[in-house]
Design a protein around this ligand. Structure first.
Ligand SMILES: [Zn+2]
Length: 440
């Protein structure tokens, strides 16, 4: 059994909408109370409060604050768990010290199990029934439908959403995507987002310029915003209505760019997966690659390159590929770039020669093989994979095979798994082969 998420937009009536907002506020207050409880008991008594201590207080808490009696008790526990996650994250050095949250920054709440709610749907629209809140129309489509396990109610950009965790049958999952046993190597780049080869055919996908094309509009809005009264918390200045209005336009524009990019990523990765169950690609560290240049005359140039890297969404493409491959029990292979040097090697004769960044064509000085630069490096990766893993001949450049099979990250999970799984990404070393396996 695998766990997947399905997200639906909610259309509550006016009355239900008010109740939803009220519940969100109660959850927010509980969150802040729990944070405050931890802080004060540590500062005053030097005592660390654990999640279970707080959970055990809930019944007494509800006796005093009777308004919390309308809320599902497991949902209340889940909110306390959020506080616990925030502190655990801080203790591990992964996050900042937990803050008090304003209602604006409080997204919603969680039903960690299948109690307190019902869903009437088969994956295509339907309606949601929340205990003590009411019935809500749902719109949207889940790619696959299964047994509902947990639910998040999320309020974002003035709209309500239901994110349902579904337990999905393995065979259903596997049959949901066309799977053929091809092998493809892809090279992710800035000018051409994806260069691919499967040994016989090659192709290039032009990089989208979503961020670049919205840049001018973004600048205009930034200018417009500067002419309006911005909020200043310390000086107790409230934002003007016109400032807020412009700010809404800015966030709408950013949202649009993000959606466009996500759409691009999904379309392209689906196309790569259909027909191939093994994907070979370069190991890249987007975070390091897109780190800001500290100083020097190359600073501007680097900023421009960073924009291109992030605009293509290289990290997103890889994550989407991994997730989709895990559905069909496929293989995701990362080539150790530093050892193999795909962009400097000739795929025909393996002669190595350095190229500068602006050299877009591979012309071999040794054998004369000519190919588009990125396609050539994809060909090298494919060659490395077929030599290295299938035992056909010797390794390219005697790469030592440090491959190990590591467990993959689960894509969605219940409350228990959330803290453990979501925060930690597996640390892969050079040449790791990841065998995506579905969540059992
Ligand atoms: Zn050559």
């Amino acid at each position: 059994m695998a766990l997947r998420r399905g997200t639906f937009k909610l259309y509550p009536t006016k009355k239900v909408n008010a109740v939803l907002h009220y519940h969100r506020k109660l959850h927010k207050d509980l969150y802040n109370a729990a944070v405050s409880n931890r802080i004060t008991s540590y500062k005053k008594f030097g005592k660390t409060v654990s999640y279970f201590e707080q959970q055990n207080c809930l019944p007494d808490f509800k006796d005093v604050w009777t308004e919390y009696k309308v809320i599902n008790s497991q949902a209340l526990q889940a909110t306390l768990k959020r506080v616990d996650f925030a502190f655990q994250r801080f203790f591990k050095g992964l996050g900042a010290y937990p803050k008090f949250k304003s209602i604006r920054h409080y997204s919603g709440w969680t039903y960690p199990s299948f109690t307190g709610w019902k869903v009437h749907s088969n994956g295509d629209n339907g309606y949601l029934e929340l205990a003590k809140i009411g019935q809500i129309q749902m719109r949207g489509k889940a790619r696959l439908w299964g047994h509902p396990k947990a639910l998040d109610i999320v309020h974002r950009h003035g709209e309500w959403y239901a994110s349902i965790i579904l337990e999905i049958d393995d065979t259903l999952l596997k049959n949901s995507r066309p799977s053929e046993n091809g092998t493809i190597a892809i090279d992710l780049g800035c000018n051409d987002a994806i260069a691919w080869t499967n040994g016989e055919e090659n192709g290039l996908v032009r990089a989208p310029r979503f961020l670049r094309s919205s840049e001018q509009k973004n600048k205009q809005l930034g200018k417009a915003k500067r002419r309006k009264r911005a909020p200043n918390f310390k000086k107790k200045i409230k934002a003007s209505r016109r400032w807020k209005k412009t700010q809404n336009q800015v966030s709408k524009l950013n949202r649009k760019v993000a959606n466009q990019r996500q759409d691009f990523v999904h379309q392209e990765t689906t196309r790569i997966i259909s027909g191939n169950s093994t994907v070979v690609t370069e190991k890249l560290e987007v975070k390091k690659m897109s780190a800001k240049a500290k100083k020097g005359k190359r600073k501007r140039q680097k900023t421009g390159l960073n924009k291109s890297i992030l605009d293509v969404g290289m990290g997103m493409i890889k994550d989407a590929l991994k997730a989709k491959l895990s559905d069909i029990d496929g293989l995701f292979v990362e080539v150790p770039t530093r050892k193999v040097k795909p962009s400097q090697t000739c795929p025909k004769c393996r002669h190595q020669e350095k190229k500068t960044l602006d050299q877009r064509t591979h012309v071999c000085n040794n054998c004369g093989y000519t190919q588009q630069r990125d396609i050539a490096s994809a060909e090298v990766m494919l060659l490395w994979y077929s030599n290295n893993l299938q035992g056909l001949g010797t390794n390219l450049l005697d790469v030592d095979d440090s491959s190990s099979i590591s467990p993959t990250r689960k894509t969605a999970g219940t409350m228990k798994q959330l803290g453990r799984v979501k925060r930690q990404k597996p640390q892969l070393t050079d040449g790791d082969v990841e065998t995506p396996s579905s969540t059992k």
